[in-house]
Design a protein around this ligand. Structure first.
Ligand code: TYM
Length: 341
């Protein structure tokens, strides 16, 4: 059975990259799939342990899911820490994954920085918790931005090794094609990797110290306009063909954002804006961004003010998620050979 799962960290500053690379695509997928969307609060403490505002950050991501158009009555929206199976399965996956696999994870190297000895063990084990998130529901499809590609490859490796190492008990239990599916990443479109507005070689990120590097989902029209007007560009007008974007990362980024927001391809956007100056293109991008993002930001603010409603969505979602997770964990424990009481 096909199932979509994805997660977003509640680490503050939800931005246009999170929206275009992930959340907006979550909304579209709910038309064709059963979907589980998770606020991964356990992942959120891997880099910075004490976050005084964590509860509100969790509510903000939840509000963003709903404001973007995910229907919490149809799909499951919940926060990770409320379903204990995530931590339990992650432990088993820590015993499945090899240290050599973990050492290849580029995001750990980036996030740990120079002082790797001082990074948390949780940051190192981040990818096995992510594999557990997905496989706890035996999800078949995972929509994410380009930066998560390596983690999804690791998820497949974990699933495959589990299926192989436990082939006998898995077959005994009647699973013909292994117990865990080899999950397919859904990565793509013109905004799979949205770059910083200040530097076309860095991805737009929640942790960039410059607020001008990103458009936050809660930015108002003035902030959006200011940030786009100040966005770095080069002196040439826009090319009329996509090939002309090569070597022009800032131009490519803005055209990609325009394309994603208008549901078109970069080539189609350049058909309209080829040879235009950046000043004219940026003005059009401001209008489009305000039109598309404004209502979402406003709805997020409205929802965030109603913490009781948000918490009830998470509570209901956690219950539904737990029902699936508990079934998986019971089988996993039998497969591994733990005695169950
Ligand atoms: P996170 O919280 O960093 O980002 C949430 C989603 O936004 C995407 N994204 C971007 N897409 C395009 N351009 C960008 N600049 C950009 N920045 C972020 C991310 O790819 C992601 O899809 N490890 C995950 C969270 C996670 C998860 C999971 C995802 C935990 N468990 C299970 C899928 C399945 C993360 O840190 O995302």
């Amino acid at each position: 059975k096909e199932l979509v799962f994805s997660g977003v960290q509640p680490t503050g500053n939800l931005h246009l990259g999170n929206y275009l690379g992930a959340i907006r695509r979550f909304v579209a997928l709910q038309e064709t799939y059963d979907c589980i969307y998770c606020v991964v609060d356990m992942h959120a403490i891997t880099a910075e342990l004490y976050q005084p505002d964590l509860k509100n950050q969790i509510r903000e991501v939840t509000a963003a899911f709903i404001a973007a158009g995910i229907d919490p009555k149809k799909q499951i929206i919940f926060n990770q820490s409320q379903v204990s199976g995530h931590a339990e399965l992650a432990w088993i996956f820590n015993c499945v994954a090899r240290i050599g696999w973990m050492n290849r994870m580029t995001q750990f190297k980036e996030k740990a920085g120079k002082d790797r000895e001082n990074a948390s063990l949780g940051l190192y084990a981040y990818p096995t918790l992510m594999a557990a998130d997905i496989l706890l529901y035996r999800a078949t499809h995972v929509p994410v931005g380009e930066d998560q590609k390596q983690h999804l490859e690791l998820t497949r490796d974990v699933a495959q090794k589990f299926n192989n190492d436990f082939a006998a008990p898995i077959a005994e239990r009647g699973h013909e094609d292994g117990f865990f599916p080899l999950t397919e990443p859904l990565i793509g479109g013109p905004a799979a990797r949205v770059m910083s507005l200040r530097d076309g070689s860095k991805k737009m990120s929640k942790s960039d110290p410059s607020d001008f590097s990103r458009i936050n989902l809660t930015d108002d029209a003035d902030a959006i306009a200011q940030k786009i007007r100040k966005a770095k560009t080069d002196p040439e007008p826009l090319p009329s063909e996509e090939a002309g974007l090569a070597g022009r990362p800032e131009a490519e980024n803005l055209v990609g954002i325009y394309a994603a927001l208008s549901d078109r391809t970069k080539a189609e956007v350049l058909r309209d804006f080829g040879n235009a100056q950046f000043s004219a293109f940026k003005a059009a991008l401001v209008d489009l961004s305000v039109e598309k993002l404004g209502p979402i930001g406003a709805e997020m603010k409205r929802l965030k003010a109603d913490a009781a409603y948000i918490d009830s969505v998470l509570d209901e979602g956690s219950g539904r998620a737990r029902a699936i997770a508990d079934r998986t964990m019971a089988e996993v424990k039998d497969i591994v050979g733990f005695v169950r009481s």
